[in-house]
Design a protein around this ligand. Structure first.
Ligand SMILES: Nc1ncnc2c1ncn2[C@@H]1O[C@H](COP(=O)(O)OP(=O)(O)OP(=O)(O)O)[C@@H](O)[C@H]1O
Ligand SMILES: [Mg+2]
Length: 255
């Protein structure tokens, strides 16, 4: 038996033995799609190298990824696993070509998921270096990304969409995030909304930055305008006096 097969059966054993508590919640179909053989190996290697003791439960399961909470020593972490089969090539292509950091990568179908994960990891790293409120990246292997967990014990932080007790204050924080992403990290989020902002201990965190692009991307200004439009309309619905033009000026010119 090859080493890989050994590792793989050990991981499968782990899953069966209940280390993946509540994995049945994912449903058989989803589980099958997420945990193809290569993905299992990536998880296995990360568990070994980072000394991850348990993968506790899925926080969220969407079309293109599943996010788990796990334990690394005494720390809670989040593991985002990009599904190998459902990432839409055409949807992601527009955020990759045009970004000089990733343009030269081979972009055949089987590599695109890895590239997408790599892009999210690089973006999280840039956000972190710029001091922007986002989960700190920890490790990446293939389509498996490990980052800091935002939440309290078993409760992952809610999305702003779900819980926003002080819209005036969260709007101030959100403006700063958007401006610092642009001015310090030189990135445009490109899917910025109340669905990709977490609220934790009165602080807003930005997540889901796989599609975020460098300012050098030819579409970056259009993406920024779309982000500004979406978030302004959300905060206006929350009763905050917000304006697209004002926010765009604040982000671009710091006025
Ligand atoms: N670091 C984290 N800590 C706690 N919860 C997280 C973390 N990262 C992601 N989540 C949760 O997992 C969900 C999915 O994450 P994310 O938005 O990055 O993935 P996605 O595949 O783009 O999902 P969607 O298509 O639903 O936006 C988030 O809405 C959030 O609830
Ligand atoms: Mg999201």
């Amino acid at each position: 038996m090859r080493d890989e097969d050994n590792n793989l059966s050990a991981l499968q054993e782990l899953i069966r033995s209940g280390e993946f508590r509540n994995s049945q919640e994912l449903g058989k179909k989803t589980e099958g799609r997420v945990f193809d053989k290569r993905t299992l190996l990536h998880i296995y290697h990360l568990m070994k190298s980072l000394e991850i003791s348990t993968i506790d439960f899925p926080i969220a399961s969407g079309k293109e990824s599943v996010v788990f909470r796990a334990r690394m020593g005494k720390t809670n972490i989040a593991i985002k696993i990009y599904k190998m089969s459902t990432l839409k090539f055409n949807r992601v292509e527009q955020y990759i070509s045009g970004d000089p950091r990733f343009e030269k990568e081979r972009r055949d179908r089987s590599r695109i998921v890895y590239l997408w994960a790599k892009k999210e990891f690089a973006n999280l790293t840039d956000l972190h270096s710029a001091g922007i409120s986002a989960p700190a990246p920890i490790a990446l292997k293939g389509n498996v990304l490990v980052m800091k967990y935002i939440g309290t014990g078993p409760s992952p932080a809610p999305l702003l969409k779900q819980y926003n007790p002080d819209p005036e204050d969260t709007y101030r924080q959100v403006r700063t995030i958007l401006r610092d992403m642009y001015a310090k990290a030189k990135l445009v989020h490109a899917d910025f909304s109340e669905y990709n902002l977490l609220y934790h201990r009165k602080k807003v965190f930005v997540i889901d930055v796989g599609q975020s692009v460098s300012l050098k991307h030819p579409g970056s200004l259009e993406f920024l305008k779309r982000d500004v439009k979406n978030i302004t309309s959300y905060f206006m619905r929350m009763g905050v006096s917000a304006s697209e033009d004002e926010l765009l000026n604040f982000v671009i010119k710091n006025e």
